[in-house]
Unconditional design. Structure first.
Length: 209
């Protein structure tokens, strides 16, 4: 079963409260999502392997650790996932960015794919799928399966807020994908919105309704 990591850092909790507040405007919301994503990237990359290389300080030569040739791909699920990309790139600037476009059918609530553009060497990269909200899990599961069908071998899912139903669904559908969350909320409502949640992340990021 996949690992679920819920962030407990005070800065993340503080900023999560601010993005939940309905009075937070789009500009501040975007900035906060970027900041939270940067803080989450610190934990998501914790298990990256290291290797020692020889360098020379102003005093002497020494061996010191660097990331061991890790290739990373960031895969935001359009459109809300775009809000998390810059924050991740702050800590992983060499990552390549692919895009998967999915929307939820308002009647069936099932994900429908409308766009996909991925790095050519996807099989060689550790992929980090980005989506602010993990509600039913349908979009995340569809994106993960598409990446696997395209040759991906190592995938992590990073979301700001999740419902227990979505976490369970992803764990059952993709038990090899670890899930990193800013918070797990109470439940989904009848419209598949996370409660208490923060509303529609895409609308709040981009000022649309």
């Amino acid at each position: 079963m996949s690992r679920v990591v819920v962030m407990d850092h005070p800065l993340i909790k503080h900023k999560m409260t601010m993005i939940r507040d309905k009075n937070t405007g789009s500009k501040e919301f975007r900035e906060l999502v970027t900041e939270i994503s940067t803080l989450m990237a610190y934990e998501v990359t914790r298990d990256f392997p290291l290797e020692d290389i020889e360098i020379e300080t102003p005093i002497t030569k020494m061996y010191s650790p660097v990331i061991a040739g890790k290739k990373v791909g960031l895969i935001p699920i359009l459109r809300a996932g775009l809000g998390m990309v810059d924050g991740m790139l702050n800590l992983i600037p060499a990552a390549k960015v692919g895009h998967v476009g999915l929307y939820r059918d308002p009647v069936t609530l099932q994900p429908v794919e409308y766009y996909c553009k991925l790095p050519q060497d996807i099989a060689e990269r550790d992929l980090i799928v980005l989506d602010p909200m993990l509600a039913t899990g349908g979009s995340a599961i569809a994106a993960i399966q598409f990446l696997k069908n395209s040759g991906a071998n190592n995938i992590k899912l990073v979301c700001l807020i999740a419902a227990p139903e979505g976490v369970k669904a992803v764990q059952e559908a993709a038990p090899d994908v670890d899930i990193y969350l800013g918070a797990i909320d109470e439940k989904l409502n009848d419209h598949a919105y996370i409660v208490p949640g923060l509303g529609d992340a895409g609308d709040r990021l981009f000022g649309t309704k």
